[in-house]
Design a protein around this ligand. Structure first.
Ligand SMILES: [Mg+2]
Length: 350
């Protein structure tokens, strides 16, 4: 044997501490600090970057991500071929169910690595070059009415073109009125993060429609029965999207006919490949799609941006909400997230 040697892909991971510019409130709670995990895959002279953004309401914490990644490392699961992404994804699913954000970190890092090796952006590798993604929104979290008004003013000044407003309080209508006072013509969508009953969702839909809101995300709890979603959809004045209730493509099929659209996120799907399956499954059922994210750095957001041209609505503001994004990836300009012309994900350390 001369000159042929099989390189193993070396998996490294460490804590990634993120802080939002403002405390970020949703119906489950409020926090300023986000505990994510950074993944590096080293192969030859290349480094693939990935990020896990675990959410407790999907059964993950930083501790579970670190434990699952340790298992993957012990099992030698990433192997020695950066182009065997489907195979690595299957190995992860065989070893452990769920844990989408941990799997997504590995999978996006493999896409980054493969793109860097051939010198092409991930979107080009997936055949998506030249497609134009929709504008992204910017999220106004739950807060006191005065702070909601202040944040809305700041968002307008910062040039954001669409707002997503969090709901799930005893004063949801007042929140919308304050936002509308400052931003009367701004395109708006809302996210109740599972806080409403079917009755309240239907009642709120009429108020929100009167306030020119586009659609409602996750009105009912994550585990709500699909017939409750169907009942809300049939009586709602606005389209209904499912977020927490849909992780994988099979969940989309289960809710077909019960919601108008679904929210796809890499932290739920376990990576870009299953995200594509979610998108295609939703399309096959005539459903709309929004691509969302958790609070995450430019690694996770940029990975999502590479396939974001396949959906109708974007909520990829995770990195824009941060005070300390340690990475430079897709850049926000005039409503759009633009990928950098670099191989792989196109993310560099600041
Ligand atoms: Mg949501």
């Amino acid at each position: 044997m001369t000159g042929t040697k099989t390189l193993a892909i070396e998996l490294e991971f460490e804590h990634l501490n993120l802080r939002t510019a403002h405390p970020f409130g949703i119906s489950y709670g409020t926090s300023s600090d986000t505990e994510n995990v950074l993944v590096r895959l080293r192969y030859d002279k290349h480094v693939g970057l990935g990020e896990a953004a675990p959410a407790e309401y999907h059964g993950e914490t930083r501790e579970t991500v670190m434990a699952v990644l340790s298992e993957f490392k012990k099992a030698g699961l990433v192997g020695d071929d950066p182009f065997a992404i489907v195979e690595v994804s299957r190995r992860m699913d065989r070893l452990v169910a769920g844990h989408g954000s941990a799997k997504a970190a590995i999978e996006m890092a493999l896409h980054d690595l493969a793109g860097k090796i051939v010198g092409q952006p991930v979107s080009s590798m997936l055949g998506l070059k030249g497609l134009k993604p929709p504008m992204t929104d910017f999220t106004i979290g739950i807060d006191s009415l005065d702070v909601v008004e202040k944040k809305t003013k700041e968002a307008l000044q910062a040039g954001y073109k669409i707002l997503k407003v969090k709901q799930g309080t005893s004063y949801d209508k007042e929140i919308i009125k304050r936002v509308r006072k400052v931003a009367p013509d701004m395109p708006l969508r809302v996210d109740a993060n599972g806080a409403w009953t079917p009755k309240r969702a239907i009642e709120m839909s009429k108020f929100l429609a009167d306030n020119q809101v586009q659609f409602i995300e996750q009105p009912l709890p994550k585990a709500a029965h699909k017939e409750d979603f169907r009942y809300v959809r049939e009586n709602s004045a606005l389209p209904i999207f499912a977020d927490e209730s849909v992780c994988l493509a099979k969940d989309v099929a289960r809710l077909a006919g019960c919601v108008d659209g679904v929210v796809v996120k890499l932290a739920k799907t376990g990576g870009l490949l299953e995200a594509l399956r979610v998108i295609h499954t939703a399309r096959a059922h005539g459903m709309e799609l929004m691509f969302g994210c958790m609070i995450e750095s430019s690694i996770g957001v940029t990975a999502a941006a590479h396939i974001s041209a396949l959906v109708d609505h974007l909520d990829l503001d995770g990195a824009m909400l941060l005070a300390n994004d340690p990475f430079h990836g897709a850049e926000y300009k005039d409503g759009y997230l633009t990928l950098r012309d670099l191989p792989g994900l196109g993310v560099t350390e600041r």
